[in-house]
Design a protein around this ligand. Sequence first.
Ligand SMILES: [Zn+2]
Ligand SMILES: [Zn+2]
Length: 255
Amino acid sequence: MRLTTIGTGTASPSPARVNAGHLVEAGAVRLLVDCGRGVVHRMATLGIDWFGITHLALTHFHPDHTLDLTTLFYAWKYGTLPQRTAPLQCIGPPGTAAVLARFAELYGGAMSAPSWPLEVTELPRGAGLDLDGGTRLDTLAVPHCEESVAYSIQRGGRRIVYTGDTGESESLGEWAHGCDVLLAECSLPDAMAIPAHLTPARCAALAARAAPGRLALTHFYTVVEREDIRGAIAPQYGGPVTLTWDGWDIELEEH
Ligand SMILES: [Zn+2]
Ligand SMILES: [Zn+2]
């Protein structure tokens, strides 16, 4: 199983980071989780096979996680020849179909008439489903907005947990316990903490509870990058910490 962080930024414009989007490759599954602004072109920059994505999953509907859906649909239909014909499963919390319908109303074209079979699967928060070939996806409601979820993706004895956007949550730490990689948002400095997001100290508490094999941080507002993030994590979590960038990846050997 392989995780690639494609977009590690936020609504706070960064010269180095586009909005949120991450690729999980697990067997035949090529799952793009979130598709914020800039993710499609970043995939092209990184040489990632954007055409071969088999599944999409949305953590929530904020624009820094969804704005490039239209870009991606248009790329699949009009950006290359032949057009995409392979089926796509789009997974998300309740409301996902309505969001796609609004994009379709606004933009038409590939959004209203994709050239491939589009299956939309709305998962109640806390539900999961089996993807093709032994890959399991599960969700957990997280405190960020009405629909927001974290995702767990498991295959071959390996497990990746992505928090999506979240505030502090003890249940998230318990749910993620023992995962191989915990990809956690780290939006704001502790001095600017708000309930809807994590900070370095909150990431430290989350990692202490979850005890992942590796803590990978993402979703940085530019102000948090001036903080000593590693210094805030170290007293509570002694495992490896990665401050991810657009294009960081990690391969997890399956058992
Ligand atoms: Zn958000
Ligand atoms: Zn966000």
